[in-house]
Design a protein around this ligand. Structure first.
Ligand SMILES: NC(=O)c1ccc[n+]([C@@H]2O[C@H](COP(=O)([O-])OP(=O)(O)OC[C@H]3O[C@@H](n4cnc5c(N)ncnc54)[C@H](O)[C@@H]3O)[C@@H](O)[C@H]2O)c1
Length: 346
């Protein structure tokens, strides 16, 4: 059995990544595409072999042939579109960040519960095989107790007149809410730890828009581990790799180049029980990292397939709304911490 999909906002990430991934998913069938830009909708219909193209949302949602929608529109459109889709009984895969604020994200989740439709959020990087492997190794205790994590996800995003992401009233924020959320989600998902206290600096140093182009966030986790997240819009794409490094009392796991839109990069595991004890000269025994080679695939295909399986088998959503709401609360706490120059509990 297949989930029959409709796409809301097909011209951006949907066209670039999610629809090419969706058409490869075993349990998915692309039925309709919708975009307020009718040309984008018609082009995507032809490119991906959809049956229908719409520029009006209600017309697409009226189709009985659609079981689920994928919403990939600017953030300020999310809530209204989720409500409209839930009113029509469609299950929803919603792009990150869920809403403009955590309060809006909660409303979105509550409404889907009330209408009895399933909701999953677009943190597809969870499904990178290396991130799943890192999570498995940490659960096995391979690097001991986690004490420190660093994650970085950046791009080059100069001033573009009219860009919704650069307007706080349409995006809810800048580099942190757009890119940093992936890091925050991965830190918590891979380690199983939860943030309890936040300190951050969020700045606009390079460009002239109303949102942050640079954000550095420090999270104290529930086991007291200290985690740093860096999100920037002002570092050239070629000058930085999306990464997560997790350090524990028995070693480290370092994924480099794994944060992004392709399932690529490297995963290395360094193990040492430091049985030599305290060494004042801090001589390093050469540890040869264990290169982890698990098969990779397409994160967007997995995202669609796993949500489809959850709907068909009545199991938990692969990225539960509650976890994405918490990520949004952390983001908000970071903006507040930066504005008010103090630590914020979450
Ligand atoms: N998970 C990822 O890899 C990833 C990557 C990029 C963006 N995103 C998220 O996806 C969402 C969209 O971002 P994007 O980069 O694709 O934006 P975009 O501006 O490139 O594309 C948005 C599309 O939505 C259309 N649109 C605008 N208003 C609409 C409306 N009211 N109804 C229907 N269509 C409408 C636009 O015409 C455009 O085609 C955001 O939430 C963003 O954070 C996720």
């Amino acid at each position: 059995m297949k989930i029959r999909w409709g796409i809301i906002g097909c011209g951006g990430i949907a066209r670039r990544r999610t629809m090419p991934g969706l058409v490869l998913a075993k349990n998915a069938e692309l039925v309709a595409v919708m975009d307020t830009n009718a040309v984008f909708a018609e082009e995507c219909k032809a490119q991906f072999g959809a049956k229908y193209a719409f520029s009006n949302l209600e017309e697409m949602l009226a189709l009985d042939e659609i079981d689920a929608v994928y919403i990939a529109t600017p953030v300020f459109c999310h809530k209204e579109q989720v409500f409209a889709a839930a009113d029509r009984g469609k299950h929803i895969l919603l792009e990150k960040p869920m809403g403009m604020t955590s309060a809006e994200a909660e409303e979105i989740s509550d409404y889907c519960d009330k209408k009895g439709v399933r909701l999953s959020i677009g943190f597809m990087m969870r499904f990178h095989a290396y991130h799943e492997e890192a999570k498995r190794l940490i659960k096995e205790g391979v690097i001991g107790d986690i004490v420190s994590v660093r994650s970085q996800f950046c791009c080059w995003y100069p001033d573009i007149p009219g860009a919704w992401r650069q307007d706080k009233a349409k995006s809810g924020g800048g580099a942190l809410i757009d890119m940093g959320v992936h890091c925050i989600d991965l830190v918590q998902d891979i380690t199983g730890l939860r943030a309890k206290e936040i300190a951050a600096f969020c700045e606009t140093q390079t460009f002239h828009y109303s949102v942050d182009d640079s954000a550095t966030l420090l999270m104290k986790m529930d086991n007291n581990a200290l985690c740093v997240v860096e999100a920037n819009f002002n570092i050239p794409d070629d000058a930085v790799t999306g990464k997560i490094e997790i350090y524990g009392t028995k070693g480290s796991i370092r994924a480099d180049g794994t944060l992004g839109q392709e399932e690529v990069g490297t995963l290395q595991v360094f193990r040492s029980d430091d049985s030599k004890g305290y060494d004042p000269s801090q001589e390093r025994i050469e540890i040869v990292p264990m290169e982890v080679n698990v098969p990779t695939g397409n994160m967007y295909t997995k995202e669609v397939e796993r949500f489809g399986d959850a709907i068909l088998n009545h199991t938990a959503s692969p990225v539960p709304a509650a976890e994405a709401i918490f990520v949004q609360k952390i983001t908000e706490a970071a903006y507040r911490s930066s504005d008010e120059k103090r630590f914020i509990e979450v």
